[in-house]
Design a protein around this ligand. Structure first.
Ligand code: PLP
Length: 414
């Protein structure tokens, strides 16, 4: 297979209505880690669902049956893309809620004195839900970042694990530091201790959804509204674990795997619109390999590489600029190949919020704050109220947009 190929950016951008939307002309989106643009396939799917099949699904009458079929297809296609079974995929309202429900399920299996490990590099979604278990007598241990590098060291986790450890909740990629943690190595270590590995993939997946079995995670979570899709959280849970954890949904749904940990009930239109995300991914693959259909795993692999290569190329100049500026404190690694294009920094003597406001006035959409990685920002000795500036981009970002950001920063910084 030929993989030395670059992303067709014009094609990619043609798939996103936002890039031809008149009201967004001149605006450059750099808050993708908060929420990405939706691809046209998703927008069309939502529109179609609401026009044609917006009735209760899974009855015999035509619009209901068709709605249900689209939803079933969404589970099957997402599962195939992630290389798991359709019964291992859950669509919930968000990652925060999926994590909460998961933690409550696990709570019923744990005994006082059992231990759970959380990090201070994570978004609070994968911390707070676990810390709540302290009220049930579960001991919560914290795997802390090295404050000099903002990295989590695997050796520090090893020192926290013991025979009472039942679960370790950590992030595949930090939504501030941008580092990609060695997920497989960590999961293997967690399993050697006999514990479950709960992985937050929210900041990783916009850059290419992974082959889940190869991560080693028992539960892997991410949010589709950051992956060009509808506002849903995906939770992939190992089949055996699903069977072991107590039901959190209605008692009569106990034998339906993806109803067991989604007590809120699904948003039908959004579940159906997951197909739009996969149509987009398929379209990217087909654009670069019109000669063959490819298996889902092959398509996922190719799309991931195309995205990652494109992002890495655009990221290095931004990292070089920020790491070379005397007034800037860049958070995380300076080599693009070792991190995601989620770039947080502070500027000496300047408020992050004020800088984000200034950039917004130039049509550059960056965020400021702690991005709910509250404990991380605190560990870095920063003021949570002002936090960091975060410029995050994805594969559809154009080189000219990155140049514009660097140029604007250069004009604004001391
Ligand atoms: C790394 C990370 N984890 C979890 C979440 C929570 O996701 P959700 O908004 O779907 O609850 C976010 C949201 O920004 C995030 O960035």
């Amino acid at each position: 297979m030929t993989l030395a190929m670059t992303l067709d950016l014009d094609f990619v951008r043609s798939q996103f209505p936002a890039f031809s939307e008149p009201s967004l002309q001149g605006f450059a989106h750099f808050e993708n880690a908060g929420g990405s643009y939706a691809c046209g396939q998703v927008v069309e799917s939502l529109d179609r669902f609401y026009r044609q099949t917006k009735v209760q699904p899974y009855h015999h009458f035509a619009p209901s049956r068709l709605g249900g079929e689209q939803m079933d297809r969404a589970y099957e296609r997402m599962a195939a893309w992630l290389n798991v079974g359709a019964d291992e995929v859950h669509f919930g309202p968000s990652t925060s809620l999926n994590t909460y429900v998961l933690a409550q399920a696990l709570r019923q299996k744990l005994a006082p004195g059992d231990e759970v490990v959380v990090t201070n590099q994570d978004h609070e979604a994968n911390v707070g839900a676990w810390r709540r278990l302290e009220a049930s007598g579960i001991a919560v241990r914290e795997w802390r970042i090295d404050p000099d590098t903002c990295e989590l060291h695997v050796a520090d986790l090893a020192a926290l694990l013991n025979e009472r450890t039942r679960a370790v909740a950590f992030t595949h990629c930090s939504n501030i530091v941008g580092s990609i943690n060695p997920v497989r190595e960590i999961c293997d270590l967690v399993h050697q201790a006999g514990a479950l590995a709960i992985v937050d993939g929210v900041s990783f997946c916009p850059h290419g959804m992974p082959d889940i079995p190869s991560t080693g995670a028992d539960v892997y979570l991410f949010s589709l509204y950051k992956v060009y899709g509808p506002h849903l959280g995906v939770m992939v849970m190992r089949r055996e674990l699903n069977g072991e954890l107590p039901l959190q949904g209605h008692f009569f749904n106990a034998d339906k795997p993806h109803y067991r940990f989604t007590p809120a009930g699904p948003d039908h239109a959004q579940v159906a619109a997951v197909n739009g995300v996969l149509d987009y991914m398929d379209a990217v693959f087909a654009r670069h390999h019109p000669d063959r259909p490819g298996s889902p795993g092959e398509r996922a692999d190719v799309v991931r590489r195309l995205m990652r290569d494109q992002e890495t190329r655009l990221l290095q100049p931004l990292l070089d600029y920020l790491s070379g500026h005397p007034a800037v404190n860049l958070i995380g690694r300076t080599q693009a190949g070792q991190r995601a294009p989620t770039v947080a920094f502070t500027v000496r003597g300047r408020s992050s919020d004020a800088l984000a406001r200034q950039l917004a006035a130039e049509g550059l959409g960056v965020g400021a704050g702690d991005f709910y990685a509250y404990r991380l920002v605190e560990a870095l000795g920063l003021d949570n109220a002002d936090g960091v500036v975060r410029a995050s981009f994805v594969h559809y970002t154009a080189p000219e947009e990155v140049d514009r950001l660097i140029g604007a920063l250069d004009a604004m910084l001391p």
